[in-house]
Design a protein around this ligand. Structure first.
Ligand code: NAP
Length: 302
């Protein structure tokens, strides 16, 4: 039987509707409006497109949102001062510095300057540490991994006691999702294995997985025969494998493929995310969720 397709597009839309209601409610009851600033340095087209998407969603949800564009030649000191300004601005609850930064700026220094209580991307070491400690310590979860967990939970996949295998150990996907899934609690409590380029037999680990989360950035890395029949497969990979003409706009657009051979895998798995339309739409949505949480925490709203 073909797998259930886990639509990130639909689940993200559902969460955005919930957030819209929550934003309206906290505004009406408490006079609190979540505030998000996105800081963009330079004119990298991909960064402009990401930031535009974030701002558009923030506006749709009723946030107070600021798009702060700075020139490519801004000094590190000036950028640090700007971050400090937003750290001290009570109308701002989330600060996002769009990466990558120009080479003359120390990325780590800038990310570490963001107030951990406004670090809605969850890149600050304090928030990474809180996530690791678990037990309710984490104020925010990093956006892509949090989105993955939501996809799993909202699709009714049992996580407690499940064998979760994560392919990839990056700081933005692999390590944090592994950490989230091993915590004691709802939507987690799994037995987690992380595999990477140093792993001896990738296939045998993948075959054990009840939930296989793949974030390697290698198109078609996971072969259909590595998938345990009936398992849940979350494909985080987004790989540009070519270009095609868009029927809507007539412009050339990238052809995107995941790390899993989707067509073959969907005949074996019990549930699977497509690429695009799987994990992708969840990331911005979870950023918005973190900003609403930050605003509520700042105002002492339960
Ligand atoms: P990354 O920093 O390049 O990390 C890739 C990880 O995969 C590394 O740990 C690497 O192992 C491992 N890996 C690579 N090739 C492998 C192989 N042949 N066998 C086993 N392990 C292998 O990538 P990332 O930032 O985590 O992103 C991964 C993918 O997810 C990319 O396609 C990216 O575009 C996508 N992504 C999507 C979203 C989204 O949809 N919102 C967000 C973030 C990332 P080593 O550590 O041993 O090198």
């Amino acid at each position: 039987m073909a797998a259930k397709i886990i639509s990130g597009t639909e689940i993200a839309a559902q969460i955005r509707e919930e957030l819209k209601k929550e934003v309206a409610e906290i505004k009406e009851k408490h006079g609190v409006v979540p505030g998000l600033v996105t800081i963009l340095i330079g004119e990298n087209p991909a960064s402009i497109s990401y930031v535009t998407g974030k701002q558009k969603t923030a506006k749709e949800l009723g946030f107070h949102s600021i798009q702060d564009n700075q020139p490519e030649n801004i000094s590190e000191e000036e950028l640090l001062r700007l971050v400090e300004k937003y750290n001290n601005d009570p109308t701002i609850h989330g600060i996002l510095v769009q990466l990558p930064l120009p080479k003359h700026i120390n990325e780590k220094k800038v990310l570490n300057a963001v107030d951990p209580d406004k670090d809605v991307d969850c890149f600050h070491p304090v928030n990474v540490g809180r996530l690791m400690i678990g037990g309710g310590e984490a104020k925010f979860l990093p956006c892509t991994p949090a989105g993955i967990q939501e996809l799993i939970v909202r699709s009714g996949i049992e996580t407690s006691g499940a064998e979760v295998v994560v392919v990839g150990r990056s700081n933005i996907v692999g390590k944090p999702i592994a950490n989230i899934m091993l915590q004691k609690g709802r939507g987690a409590n799994s037995t987690v294995t992380i595999v990477h380029t140093g792993t001896k037999d990738l296939a045998s680990h993948c075959r054990r997985a009840d939930i296989l989360i793949v974030a390697a950035g290698v198109p078609g890395l996971v072969k259909p025969e590595w998938i345990r029949p009936g398992s849940c497969v979350i494909d985080v990979g987004v790989n540009r494998v070519g270009e095609k003409m868009s029927e809507k706009t007539g412009k050339m657009v990238p052809i995107l493929k995941g790390d899993v051979d989707f067509d073959a895998a969907k005949e074996i798995a019990g549930a699977i995310t497509p690429v695009p339309g799987g994990v992708g739409p969840m990331t911005i949505t979870m950023l918005m969720k973190n900003t609403v949480k930050s605003a509520k925490l700042a105002a002492g709203i339960k």
